[in-house]
Ligand binder design. Sequence first.
Ligand code: NAP
Ligand code: HSE
Length: 433
Amino acid sequence: MVKEVMNVGLLGFGTVGTGVLEIIEQHQDKLAHQIGAAVKVKKVLVSDLDKDRGNVLHAEKLTDRIDDILQDDEIDAVVEVMGGMELARDYMKQALENGKHVVTANKDVMAVYGSELLETANKHSADLFYEASVAGGIPILRTIVEGLASDRITKMMGIVNGTTNYILTKMSKEGRLYEEVLKEAQALGYAEADPTSDVEGLDAARKIAILGTLGFSMNLDLDDVSVEGITKITSEDLAYSKQLGYTMKLVGIANRVDNKVEVSVQPTLVPHSHPLASVDDEFNAVYVYGEAVGETMFYGPGAGKLPTATAVVSDLVEVLKNKRLGVSGNSVVLPQHKKQLKNKDEIRSKYFLRIHAKDIPGTFANLTAMFHENNISLEKILQVPLNEGKLAEIIIVTHEVSRTDYDNVLERLQNEDVVAEVKSSYRTEGEMN
Ligand code: NAP
Ligand code: HSE
């Protein structure tokens, strides 16, 4: 018998959960038209039943017992927006095993347990969708899996963490201090409960692991992502990079040559003319290069109640529509390729390097010899005197080099007599116009 009402169990009723309820209630007509049945939130799991939640929901819908949702045969789909790792993973797994479809916004779980949960979904002919886990309101997962299904994606570069993009924008455009802007990002609700995962790059690493897995159709684990955050970036780095025509962004990079891939997150300099350079404040963007389509970029809000809830409810529409059409479980496409990671000789990039060197005859000859001996050609050089002529600030941008050659030259520089200190080093992507 065709159901007239599809029931949803909501796990979590915080920022995203309240947004999900709001969108479901406000868009009933549209949802019913698309799904062919009304959508009702039947139960909502929270941890604190006594918390004041205003009048947004009947108190009898709230529960702190997961079985009220997982064991309720009338519930068709479970929306997991409570966050955390092990418990959220267990609840999603049980829901799938009980024949319920699952939608989640949880990048932490999907980056680590995604393949396991997708296999569980596959085994139980259930759907598991997670569009909101990467770049909040930007429908980037659907774009990669469906919109570019006919193409071969070779590169993705994402500004996928709103907190760090907000901090870098305010530091570089307004000259503000890191600590002060981080507090502001927390107050605005962009940062995770513990912002370490934002500023140290882990949140972005989870998202680029998910993007890489889908874009390259190969299981990429969080451990495969090399990660560096934004905490060491100084105002001098921002000023000199700007002077040389670059904008600093925290970028998640996934690229492949043949079927060998590299996935990383690091502060990256992109030319001012690069599409990612103008993505400011808390906004996110994902640049995707496909062999046939060429360059594309997807831009929008990466977090926040309604943008994230929109992605969640759009997944829910698909899940419920699939259920009504009797095609649930067909959306899970397991990875096509075996994982092959590039080694350091195969990872190629340009680099920006800032060093303090003795301002004496022969310094430059010494430096250029070291780069030459390591097969590194230089694209740009800037020298500024420091300390009344005793030291010079030298900024170098290399041409594209292998990570092996670059690490070798870094080690040489650190042990070289004319070099007082290697102040900073950043990956550089994109061509100057
Ligand atoms: P939140 O505001 O902290 O809300 C979490 C909700 O889950 C609360 O209602 C909490 O209950 C409930 N909860 C937490 N642990 C629970 C437990 N063990 N048992 C039962 N209920 C529990 O979190 P959020 O910002 O909405 O984020 C939810 C998820 O979406 C996370 O995975 C996050 O990474 C992801 N996400 C968030 C955003 C965003 O902009 N916020 C964007 C993209 C993805 P109480 O209300 O009783 O405390
Ligand atoms: N803390 C995350 C960010 C929230 O700053 O982008 C969205 O995942």
